[in-house]
Ligand binder design. Structure first.
Ligand code: C2E
Ligand code: CA
Ligand code: CA
Ligand code: CA
Length: 279
């Protein structure tokens, strides 16, 4: 009896498991078609320069409007896109779209902003990344200064190759920022040697920074260290005026978060632009 129970359990497990695989395959097949079917959109979240109080930049964040399933979060499909390699065409679409949009905003007469785009590890190591970025900048006629690439610490760990690609990107004139700073594995050694302009303090430190003395200490330390090393610092996940106050007192350069605005589609971003300028 124990045996048959065991067997049933196994079959139960297996059928759940294959449902899961089936759903995954389905999403993967849909992901493959999503570019052609124009189901992706970029939303934009402002970055505020804390000295001037003005918008200095904007982060492009991808959204997938699935025909049947509705909005699917990037936290869900980006990992799948990375595993399957689909991140390569998707990433190229994101870069081109963000550059087109930023150029358009400039042509429309807005104060120039830096648009930042998240790069995945597969993209950093794709053979033609540097040429692709250069082609897109040329094609869209965007000044490279106004493009920033956000990479994470784990992407650049101990690889000569990563270092070389980053130098080539920097030579194009684009900016590079280290996202989710403090959550990865980078040692101070990498900070010293890598061609990075900016550190982005991870939102997990910001979240409790006004209640948790340790998080506050980490934020203060990152800001001081970054400035000593000649990096700019931005904090993400800024949700309250208390968060903002802490960052301002400690001379953080920029802030980004729901306190200012959630990520918005381009037309709404513009509507908010004049209001945002006053903050
Ligand atoms: P990330 O690069 O760390 O982006 C920050 C995430 O925090 C975004 O989630 C943003 O909407 C959210 N956020 C912004 N302000 C606040 C706040 O005040 N509070 C809280 N709790 N959250 C805030 P989103 O858009 O869902 O993106 C999740 C992740 O997906 C991103 O994390 C990034 O790793 C990845 N991702 C998004 N778009 C792209 C893309 O185009 N390419 C690649 N490779 N990855 C992307
Ligand atoms: Ca980011
Ligand atoms: Ca981040
Ligand atoms: Ca993150």
């Amino acid at each position: 009896q124990a045996k048959s129970k065991g067997k049933n359990n196994f079959q139960f497990y297996r059928s759940n498991h294959s449902n899961h695989i089936f759903e995954r395959l389905e999403i993967e097949a849909d992901l493959r078609k999503a570019i052609g079917q124009q189901e992706f959109e970029l939303y934009y979240q402002p970055k505020i320069n804390l000295q001037s109080g003005r918008i200095s930049g904007t982060e492009a964040l991808i959204r997938w409007k699935h025909a049947e399933k509705g909005m699917i979060s990037p936290a869900e499909f980006i990992p799948l896109a990375e595993e399957t390699g689909l991140i390569i065409p998707i990433g190229e679409w994101v870069l081109r779209q963000a550059c087109i949009q930023n150029k358009k905003w400039q042509d429309d007469g807005l104060d120039p902003m830096v648009v930042s785009v998240n790069l995945s590890v597969r993209q950093l190591y794709q053979p033609n990344l540097v040429d692709m970025v250069q082609d897109i900048l040329r094609e869209t006629d965007l000044d490279p200064y106004y493009l920033e690439l956000e990479i994470t610490e784990s992407m650049i760990m101990d690889t000569e190759r990563g270092l070389k690609v980053l130098h080539e990107l920097k030579d194009l004139g684009v900016q590079i920022s280290l996202d989710d700073f403090g959550t990865g594995y980078s040692s101070l050694h990498y900070l010293k040697d890598f061609p990075i302009n900016k550190l982005k303090i991870d939102q997990s430190f910001v979240r409790n920074s006004t209640e948790d003395k340790n998080d506050e200490a980490i934020i203060k330390t990152i800001i001081v260290m970054a400035h000593q090393l000649d990096f700019e610092v931005i904090a993400e996940g800024v949700e309250t005026v208390e968060h903002l106050g802490l960052l301002q007192r400690n001379l953080c350069n920029e802030a980004q978060g729901y306190l200012f605005s959630k990520p918005l589609p381009p037309k709404d971003f513009i509507t908010n632009f004049d209001r945002m300028k006053q903050i």
